[in-house]
Design a protein around this ligand. Sequence first.
Ligand code: ATP
Length: 303
Amino acid sequence: MSKEIALMTQGLTKSYGKVRALRGVDLEVQRGEIFGYLGPNGAGKTTTIRCLLDLIRPDGGTVRVLGIDPQADSVPVQARTGYLPGELQLDPNMTTEGALRYFNALRGNKADWGFVRQLAARLDLDLKPAIKNLSHGNKQKAGIVQALMHRPKLLLLDEPTLGLDPLMQQEVLRLLAEAQAWGATVFFSSHILSEVQAAAERVAFIRNGVIVEVAEPASLINRAWRRAHVRFRQPVDMSSLANVPGVTLLSQDDGTSVLLQVEGDMDDLIKALASFPVSDFETERPSLEEIFLAHYKDDQEEE
Ligand code: ATP
């Protein structure tokens, strides 16, 4: 296997009884990459991450993490990974500092405590209170500090910004970029598209246990359909525009303006419009949000 690949799964399958959580997941994440794993609730994100760390055993398929098969040798994989689980279990009676020191001891006291304090300060996390007195958001921050504190080579983060306010979400995304700068590969799951768009270099969309697309956020936007808003100097019969290849009429009003959706390039549409008295022509690309919703529309319709 190439040294440049940090994470790889091939044909990963996992069922819980009758629930087929993963139905053949293929993923490849390069070393040093920030990779977003997007999907709606129940798509299989957490199950994938647990299989990567061998916290649960897949039913089939291949997994490699930093070149290691975690099923054969999970200890070095877990030692090199900063992991934020969806539901981090911490001893409620420990102080936050005590809990972090406990995690540090498990990892051979490798963390630089100055760095731990810096992380806590940036996340506005007080280390003194007992875990049981922390709000959900502060528990999440403690989990993030715990994952980052030993500057691991790999970060596997299950919904790292869940329950954080927008400013803290931004801070976490900055911390991920800084982790990349120390050489870490970052794999994080989310169902919030905008944060993945802002932070990740590539994104995989998972739906019903299958990867439906892997792409760079920018290329998704460039490639997808656009909307064109055309205004005419006087009312026209625009029905012929619906026959232009790749064009769908979305709405029109009184013959003087029309909103079109255009797949592919604009050439056919522009040629067709040459015979119309066009006064204005504007195009807009879809937001990543719209592309995301288009991926999951079928699921929502099924529901
Ligand atoms: P979320 O965004 O809600 O955390 P997810 O994408 O992480 O979702 P998973 O938690 O991996 O999804 O769940 C995938 C599927 O497997 C879901 O249908 C879920 O109900 C099911 N599942 C997950 N864990 C278990 C379990 N321990 N026992 C039974 N079913 C499970």
